[in-house]
Ligand binder design. Structure first.
Ligand code: KIV
Ligand code: ZN
Length: 525
């Protein structure tokens, strides 16, 4: 029988503990709205005792996102009255509030951190739960550092706080020390005992990723009876982070026969949520990160592209559209095989008539891919057209001068200062050389304004990112633009040793992608 696993998202609390990832109130509310759309069951919105700003943000999330009964809003407290009061005062505006408190159970925490006896700590926990229950019907108790705790003391604590009124018991692997088999066994034993004491109390796990096992440990816990998982978007969190929501959810979905468990997550919102969190917190997602990394669905090896085109399940266990990506992205590179190039040409409506024609085009593609690394649709047009011109075998009037439709960057000059950032560019389009200048709020803004004044495509820049790709040698510019008139989004990249050139080329590539779509695909060679 398939069990429903509750998803407790702590991106706004454990995730926000990442240095530099602090959010303001509006950003927190925006992310919380998106988490609600994603379908999480519980949002942990912060640690209200830490600052007035965090208190206000948790309260705003409770009021504006917790205004329905299908989502629970909580926040973290230490097991002391001041913290518990702050949490309650902030979350009480939600229809379904919960107080979450944490207190250590390992010898290291009890003896070294608190310098108290185990009995004293146990009593503090019990009293804190009893107090919290006078305020709120839902109280979660976290046994911090559970994976390094003595089992008997851990169980004694859990039993005592359950009897004191805790409605959820969260068992954390605080330092990412657990190993899946051992962790699964621990959860199995706790679940067995808990169900005998009170089957209504929820058993939860919270796993950190210090040894790269957070997702595996979380899944082992689900297999062994955990009813709830604590996770973050993109796996962000203290040190190496927490179990990633997207990994746990997609593993449960993809390997359902093994776990026999499901969640209420709308998986099609995963990518949107990941990008929102990444951009608001300024934390890039590792490119090869499972599910949400840029390359998670990009197949660049020729053998893989060929296999995929024959049958998607050859190399695809999760469909990109299931997590909110439109279609699988076949990045054409020098390693792409003939099948992938043929497929890309067909999608553009370009059908070489003979094998010799195709081979000649493929040869040109390889030369360009060597030079440019990534080949875009507009590059394919140019390749085909230049082949067509060279062989002088025109059969269709409308094929003339496709390359004249696309922009390229001939030169740029950017002046960066605090009063008057400005940019001058020279773009080419076919034989035309078009100069333009603009000022902006900064050098990139000036550059993009100059390009936009030439292309006259009414598009809004919604994302811009520049990063180094090869230990400082090349910069990778990435942009996402949205067409004002229909809201369609286009993403593009470009690499160059000059960061401003990389930025300009990424933008021009995105513009060229828009132009490709407006062209009538009627080339037949
Ligand atoms: O890692 C941890 O132990 C925590 C608790 C507050 C659940 O974040
Ligand atoms: Zn944690």
């Amino acid at each position: 029988m398939t069990r429903k696993i509750l998803v407790f998202d702590t991106t706004l609390r454990d995730g926000e503990q990442v240095p530099g990832a602090k959010l303001n109130l509006y950003e927190k509310v925006e992310i919380a709205q998106q988490l609600k759309k994603l379908g999480v069951d519980i949002i942990e919105a912060g640690f209200p005792a830490s600052s007035q700003g965090d208190f206000d943000a948790v309260r705003a999330v409770a009021e504006r996102v917790g205004n329905t009964s299908d989502i629970m809003i909580t926040a973290l407290a230490r097991a002391v009255q001041y913290d518990i009061d702050r949490v309650y005062e902030a979350v009480k505006y939600a229809q379904n509030p919960m107080i979450h408190m944490v207190l250590g159970t390992s010898d290291i925490h009890v003896e070294k951190k608190f310098s108290k006896s185990k009995d004293q700590i146990l009593q503090i926990g019990v009293d804190a739960v009893k107090y919290a229950r006078t305020l709120c019907p839902q109280v979660q108790y976290s046994t911090e550092d559970a994976s390094r705790s003595d089992f008997d003391y851990l169980w004694t604590t859990i039993e005592a706080v359950m009897k004191a009124g805790a409605t959820m018991i969260n068992v954390p692997d605080t330092v990412g020390y657990a190993e899946p088999e051992e962790w699964g066994h621990l959860i199995y034993r706790l679940n067995d005992r808990m169900k005998n004491v009170n089957p209504d109390v929820i058993l939860s796990v919270h796993c950190h990723n210090d040894l790269g096992m957070a997702t595996a440990n979380t899944l082992a816990a689900v297999k062994n009876g955990a009813d709830k998982v604590e996770v973050t978007i993109n796996g962000i969190g203290e040190r190496a982070g927490n179990a990633a929501l997207e990994e746990v959810v997609m593993a449960l979905k993809t390997r359902n026969q093994i776990y026999e468990a499901t969640t209420g997550i709308n998986t099609r919102e995963i990518i949107n949520t990941s990008r929102l969190v990444s951009s608001f917190m300024g934390l890039d997602v590792q490119v090869n990160k499972a599910i949400t990394g840029d390359n998670a669905f990009a197949h660049s090896s020729g053998i893989h592209q060929d296999g995929l085109l024959k049958s998607r399940d050859a190399y695809e266990i999760v469909h990109p559209e299931d997590v909110g990506l439109e279609d699988m992205e076949l990045v054409l590179t020098a390693r792409s095989g003939r099948h992938a190039v043929k497929n890309a040409l067909e999608k553009l409506g370009i059908a070489p008539q003979s094998t010799d024609d195709f081979e000649a085009i493929f040869e040109k593609f390889l030369q360009l891919a060597d030079a440019k690394k990534e080949v875009y649709n507009h590059d394919l047009y140019v390749i085909v057209e230049s082949y067509y011109e060279a062989t002088d075998s025109a059969t269709n009037e409308s094929t003339t001068a496709f390359s004249d439709a696309f922009y390229d960057l001939q030169d740029l000059q950017v002046i960066s200062n605090s009063t008057f950032p400005s940019a001058s560019i020279r773009l080419t389009r076919g034989a035309d050389v078009i100069p333009a200048s603009a000022v902006g709020t900064g050098p990139v803004d000036a550059l993009y304004s100059a390009i936009a004044s030439v292309t006259k495509i009414d598009a809004k820049l919604v994302e811009y990112n520049i990063s180094s790709v090869s230990r400082g040698k090349e910069a990778l510019g990435k942009v996402k633009i949205t067409l004002e008139y229909n809201g369609e989004t286009y993403m593009s990249k470009a690499a160059d040793t000059d960061i401003l050139r990389a930025s300009a080329l990424a933008y021009i590539n995105a513009i060229n992608s828009i132009i490709v779509e407006t062209l009538q695909p009627t080339i037949h060679v």
